[in-house]
Ligand binder design. Structure first.
Ligand SMILES: Cc1ncc(COP(=O)(O)O)c(C=O)c1O
Ligand SMILES: [Zn+2]
Length: 549
């Protein structure tokens, strides 16, 4: 097997990989990458990998560390790939996968980067280092430096939430808070490192940092499983989505997909969707204007500090090249759309993410809406980081049910609690869902549970539904049209024959394209019609609230 070698990404010079060079020995360029003996690795390693624990270090032959004794590890990588449940149903899309990077040791995908970058520092004998960060890199590097016994200086902008800064400090890092933008912060960190003669983490230009992200691609394809009749090839996703600041994630991950492709382990390359927030979207605006040199946002205007890199530099042209080669797009979303997506992911699928990650999901919703991402495509979202209790503004005021306890008396105290809880129930409106598709029914129930005080009953067809109506008329009916035994049309016809029952508001939620005759049959009998897969949770709640008032 040929030894790994360094490749200059400008002039193509290949040099020996015996020590970590910073610059190309021929042209001086400061962006080098590592190449491996792919055919040998592909032949030898598949079976070896499969026997190792599921962690990023399983793929260590494709990572630039010479001696495994230098690995600094805390169980990074090897994160679950989970299929979206209710959110996917809501979007009418059943192949949305969440790569759950929240499950890294410090709660973000930067743990892969920290593990490899700090291991490489250890291997190079570095004892003190400097890093600039929008938050999570500093947290993650701090944890790994603590284990490796490396002193770290973390330069953070004052935009980073104080709780994140405290976490950095907790690991023993020297925190330097810069009142300014992240780009200014990077400059100050660089001159500090130079002045003191300290090792500076080069961000995107760091070989170890970029290469660590390849493991995301390896894991995702392995987790999507073998292609049917694909002669042992893994399945690649159609789309890989990530919210981007400096661009390290998708650039590194795509090198991983390329390596899999070069080794014949996948049969095609995915497309990339690069998502930024509107208040700091230099890559997106430049991409849409077809510019080669990116815009620079000197004053980012977003609450999402993690994504506030205003000057994209080389990352922009690298991502643009990836899109030109393999397809994909760049799109921006507002802070508000991101915060809303955060609620949707938490309430629909039980996945609580930080706002920077929510931006990726907001981007997904937007690209499906724009029909850039199609319903039959396999989508993987980098669920890049966990939320923290620092997101204080997110919930509005009324997120608790306050139960006033009566004065304690000598009688059993339980009664007081129960009657207080019963009063809560009193305020609930009774909603009856008639739908034969369990996924649709579960989604509707989940939306109602998450967004208000509703009592929800479910019927799997019109006949059972009508019986429930006779038993106790609901305040509102959510009605599917195509159901066995008795369909939605027949339910409506029956309800209309009864003076009282005909007053119950009905929202039809259907997957059916209606013919003119069918529309005629519904007219005057339903208050609203919603197409499955084409409404959002908020749409349906708004509509119901309007009808119930
Ligand atoms: C949670 C989270 N999501 C997304 C990003 C953007 O990552 P990048 O642009 O470095 O790929 C970051 C960067 O720190 C992050 O912490
Ligand atoms: Zn060169």
């Amino acid at each position: 097997m040929r030894e790994p070698y360094l490749l200059c990404l400008r002039c193509g010079e290949q040099s020996s990989y015996t020590r970590m060079l910073n610059n190309c020995p021929v042209c001086g360029y400061d962006m080098l990458d590592v190449r491996y003996d792919y055919s040998a690795i592909a032949q030898e390693l598949l079976s070896t990998w499969a026997q190792r624990p599921f962690s990023m270090w399983r793929y260590r032959e494709l990572l630039p560390l010479r001696n495994t004794a230098n690995i600094v590890s805390m169980g990074e990588g090897g994160t679950p790939l989970v299929q979206s449940v209710n959110m996917g149903t809501m979007l009418g899309h059943d192949q949305i996968y969440v790569k759950d990077e929240r499950q890294g040791p410090t709660g973000s995908f930067k743990d892969r980067q920290a593990s490899l970058a700090i291991s490489a520092m250890k291997e190079a004998g570095i004892m003190e280092a400097v890093v600039a960060s929008t938050g999570n890199v500093a947290i993650s590097y701090s944890a790994y430096c603590a284990r490796a016994g490396i002193k770290l200086w973390g330069f953070l902008t004052s935009m980073v939430p104080a709780d994140k800064m405290r976490e950095v400090a907790l690991y023993g890092t020297e925190v330097v808070k810069i009142t300014g933008t992240y780009d200014q912060c990077k400059e100050v960190a660089a001159s500090f490192a130079q002045h003191r003669g300290l090792f500076l983490d080069k961000g995107l230009r760091s070989i170890a940092a970029r290469q660590s992200m390849k493991t995301l691609a390896f894991e995702v394809c392995e987790q999507l499983g073998l292609l049917k009749d694909g002669y042992g090839k893994w399945r690649a996703p159609d789309w890989y989505i990530q919210a981007v600041s400096g661009g390290m994630g998708p650039i590194g991950t795509f090198r991983g997909f390329e390596e899999l492709y070069e080794m014949g382990l996948i049969d095609r390359m995915p497309k990339v969707a690069v998502i930024q927030v509107e208040g700091c979207a230099p890559m997106v605006t430049s991409f849409k204007a077809n510019k080669e040199i990116p815009d620079v946002v000197t004053a980012p205007n977003t609450h999402i500090a993690t994504l506030a890199t205003g000057s994209p530099g080389i990352a922009y042209s690298q991502l643009r090249q990836i899109i030109q080669k393999y397809g994909g797009t760049m799109e921006s979303v507002s802070d508000q759309e991101s915060f809303r997506a955060m609620h949707v992911m938490a309430k629909m699928d039980g996945i609580s993410v930080e706002p920077a990650t929510a931006a990726a999901f907001a981007g997904l919703f937007k690209l499906i809406g724009l029909q850039v991402i199609h319903r039959d495509e396999i989508v993987v979202v980098n669920c890049s980081g966990h939320t923290f209790p620092v997101e204080k503004e997110l919930l509005g005021d009324e997120w608790t049910h306050d139960v006033e306890m009566p004065e304690p008396t000598t009688s059993a105290p339980q009664e007081g609690i129960l009657s207080a809880l019963e009063r809560l129930d009193d305020r609930m409106r009774d909603i009856l869902i008639m739908d034969d598709t369990p996924e649709a029914s579960r989604l509707l129930r989940r939306i109602l549970q998450a967004y208000g005080s509703f009592n929800v009953r479910e019927a799997e067809n019109g006949r059972i539904g009508l019986e429930m109506v006779y038993q106790r008329p609901p305040d509102l009916i959510l009605l599917d049209l195509m159901m066995p035994e008795m369909d939605g049309f027949a339910v409506l016809d029956t309800l209309k024959t009864d003076k009282e029952l005909s007053k119950i508001p009905v929202i039809v939620v259907t997957a059916k394209e209606l013919t003119a005759i069918e529309k005629q049959r519904l007219s005057g009998k339903v208050q609203s019609l919603m197409q499955k897969g084409a409404f959002s949770d908020q749409d349906i709640v708004d509509k119901m609230v309007e009808m119930l008032n």
